[in-house]
Design a protein around this ligand. Structure first.
Ligand code: SAM
Length: 227
């Protein structure tokens, strides 16, 4: 699966995806991450990607032309009907629909996703005419779309077969069955952890070796997410 991330800070993307799980997924050719420099789609000598807002007010606004050209570059050569079924262009915005595990599962079926990362006050409103969806990673405002693009890239990549070492680990995970499903609790050594004269023990059933009972205990202890 290919992730295109259109940004004025491509190094942020390379720095994160060149470590850990995403690095291994790239090396195994399970994913491709292209950090696309928005400045490559400008035409003036200063490579301008933002300008002052019409009507006045604070901050700068991301210009529509370079973003539109970058999207056309990504879409070049792909037939419109193929694009709709296999690819998506996502505008990252705190005003968009909230990203969920269900959305990650939906995205993981695509062949290619392109993210547009904003900065400053956000985008010229006309940018939304050229994208498929607007997505937010939560009800808070960050300074740029790079972290949201990486959050979504990682959540989607984990669902691609072979990306995780043990494929089971994304099957039972929190949100895997529904938006309010919480995975059962995990424990590892030591059996008893002691601090300030208080003992914290691992539930005995997990030490029993009885797989059927352990399975039932885990089902019982998987919870609904607190609101
Ligand atoms: N002025 C905008 C508003 O009030 O909606 C906020 C702009 S924000 C400072 C700059 C950029 O960061 C946005 O254009 C978007 O790309 C990204 N961003 C910030 N928070 C985000 C979030 N929660 N989800 C997705 N993208 C976000």
């Amino acid at each position: 699966m290919r992730f295109n991330i259109i940004t004025i800070f491509p190094d942020i993307i390379d720095s994160y995806t060149n470590e850990s799980i995403l690095k291994r997924a790239k090396e195994k050719n399970l994913i491709e991450v292209n950090a696309i420099n928005l400045r490559d789609f400008t035409e003036d000598k200063h490579k301008t990607t933002d300008d002052a807002p019409y009507g006045g007010g604070p901050g700068m606004v991301m210009k529509v032309e370079p973003i539109c050209k970058a999207i056309q570059h990504v879409r070049a050569g792909v037939k419109a009907q193929d694009f709709a079924s296999r690819q998506a262009v996502i505008l990252l915005s705190p005003q968009g629909a909230t990203f969920t595990q269900k959305k990650a599962q939906e995205f993981s079926k695509l062949e290619e996703i392109t993210f547009i990362c904003g900065r400053y006050e956000g985008f010229d409103a006309r940018v939304s005419e050229f994208v498929d969806e607007e997505i937010s990673i939560g009800n808070y405002v960050l300074s740029g779309g790079e972290l949201p693009a990486l959050v979504i890239t990682e959540a989607v990549s984990r669902l691609i077969p072979g990306v995780l070492g043990d494929q089971e680990s994304s099957v039972e995970e929190t949100f895997s069955k529904s938006d309010n499903y919480i995975e059962y609790p995990h424990y590892t050594r030591p059996e008893v952890f002691e601090v300030d004269e208080k003992k914290y023990s691992v539930p005995e059933i997990l030490l029993s070796g009885d797989h059927e009972k352990i399975k039932k205990w885990r089902e019982k202890n998987a919870q609904k997410k607190k609101e």
